[in-house]
Each structure stands twice: as C-alpha cells, then as structure tokens.
Design a protein around this ligand. Structure first.
Ligand code: GLN
Length: 249
C-alpha cells in the first residue's frame, strides 16, 4: 500500500515537473505598463482580469497575451513614467488609453488604434459652461501629462494639473475649480459616480483622439503581433463587446 502511494507520488511529481518544464518553454511574459487610474480602461478591482487590474485595456492585454502565446502581466505606474519605462525596457508595451500624438510617436511606435475618444468638459450642473470658450475666465483642473492638459495649454486658459483624474473630480466637487477636461469615456464614468456633475461636449474645440498600444521604436516583431491581435478583436466584435461591458457598469 505504502509503496503504491509512493510510486503514485513520484509519478505525480514527474508529471508536475514535466508540465512546469513545458510551461517554462512557452509561457514567456509580456509586460504591459499602465496607469490604473483611468476607468473604464484601467482601474483597480477586487477580482480583476489580471490580478487586481481590470478594465477594457486590461482585457485587451490579456487577449493579446493569449493570441501571441505569452502571459500578460501588468506593471502599474504613473502615466508620465510609461514612455520612459518603455524606452528603457522595463516594460514591453504600454496600454493606457494612450492617445496617439505626433510628439509621442517621435519616441515610440504605435499599434493600430483600437478606440476613438475625444476630450470633454465636466462641470457642475448649472455652472453656465456650455463650450470650451466659456473656460476662458474659469479655472480648470486637468491630469498631468494627459492630452486634456495639452488642450487647455493650447487654449491658453487658467488651469492646474493633478496626478489623478479622481483628484480633479474632487476639486470640482469641492468647488475648488470650475471644470475638468478629460477623455470622454472616463468623464462618463466620473459623472455617473458623482451626483451633480454634467458633461459638456465641444467637438470644434476638441478633436477626435485615437487610443493605441505603444512599443519601443523599431520593435516591429512585437508590433506586428499586437496589430494582428487587435485587428482580429476589432473585426470579431471583441473590443465593441468590452466597451459595452465596462461602459455599461
Ligand atoms: N488619452 C489621454 C492621453 O493619452 C489620457 C490617457 C490616460 O489617462 N490613461 O493623454
């Protein structure tokens, strides 16, 4: 009896080692950098899609990993640090609701875009703000390094930058500023979660933006794999479904 048990254990261990060895050769990691402060694209959740991270981008990252045969892992950091971390090889790719801009494209390569967004204004109900021009004599909060900050700088209006979108929203809720300029889907999330806030759109002042994944400049091997996976997810409706799932919450 004892011998049988021992043999069974030995066989089990050999199988386990064989399985592990098999995993080792195929389960290389792909490290995605993000800033998990940008719902519905990335945020911290109790039971996330990858560890404690959840959102549209995190689900996309996981699927890319599956498509290219690598385990997707998330490195959470400040938005401003993402491109530097990519350039020095700390991460393999950035997925962070990142808008493709000419300036960013000078230092990294962008994938096929997977989402269209725009900047919008969040203000308090009854504030009288109905367009971007109305922000001229107001005080606006934006997030440091976001395209929303670039927009308000270009408009030349008074603003203050904060590290997180939630900090901007708190400033607005506490009447320390008059408006927040931030990406559309994230704005919708904040407005749904905070009573008394409204969204003001101004498509003349704020153009279309496209989100894409960034890789190191010249890393065409990874870029091609990512593009193939994204194009598949765009055509089979995966990304649209993720939008519905996370925006409808
Ligand atoms: N789309 C904006 C940008 O690229 C904000 C992105 C983000 O906060 N994750 O600057």
């Amino acid at each position: 009896m004892k011998t049988k048990k021992l043999i069974a254990t030995v066989i089990a261990s050999v199988l386990a080692i064989a399985t592990l060895a098999g995993c080792g050769s195929t389960s290389k990691e792909i490290k995605f950098g993000t800033n998990a402060e940008f719902p519905p694209f990335e945020f911290i959740a109790a039971n996330g899609t990858i560890g404690e991270y959840d959102g549209i981008d995190i689900a996309i990252a996981k699927k890319i990993g599956e498509d290219i045969g690598q385990t997707a892992v998330i490195e959470n950091m400040e938005f401003d640090s993402l491109l530097v971390a990519l350039q020095n090889g700390q991460i393999d790719a950035v997925i962070a609701g990142m808008t493709v801009t000419e300036e960013r494209a000078e230092s990294v390569d962008f994938s096929t875009p997977y989402y269209q967004a725009t900047q919008v204004i969040i203000t308090k109900e009854g504030s009288g703000i109905t367009s971007a021009a109305d922000l001229a004599d107001k005080f606006t909060a934006v997030v440091q390094g976001y395209t929303g900050e670039t927009c308000i700088i270009e408009l030349g209006y008074k603003y203050e930058s904060f590290k997180k979108g939630t900090e901007c929203i708190m400033e607005l809720v506490n009447s320390k500023c008059d408006a927040v300029v931030i990406d559309s889907a994230t704005a919708a999330k904040y407005v749904a979660d905070n009573e008394g806030l409204v969204i003001v759109e101004d498509s003349e002042a704020f153009g279309n933006e496209e989100y894409a994944i960034a890789v190191q400049k010249g890393n065409t091997e990874l870029l091609n794999k990512i593009n193939k996976s994204i194009e598949k997810m765009l055509s089979d409706g995966t990304i649209a479904d993720l939008g519905d799932k996370y925006c409808g919450q």
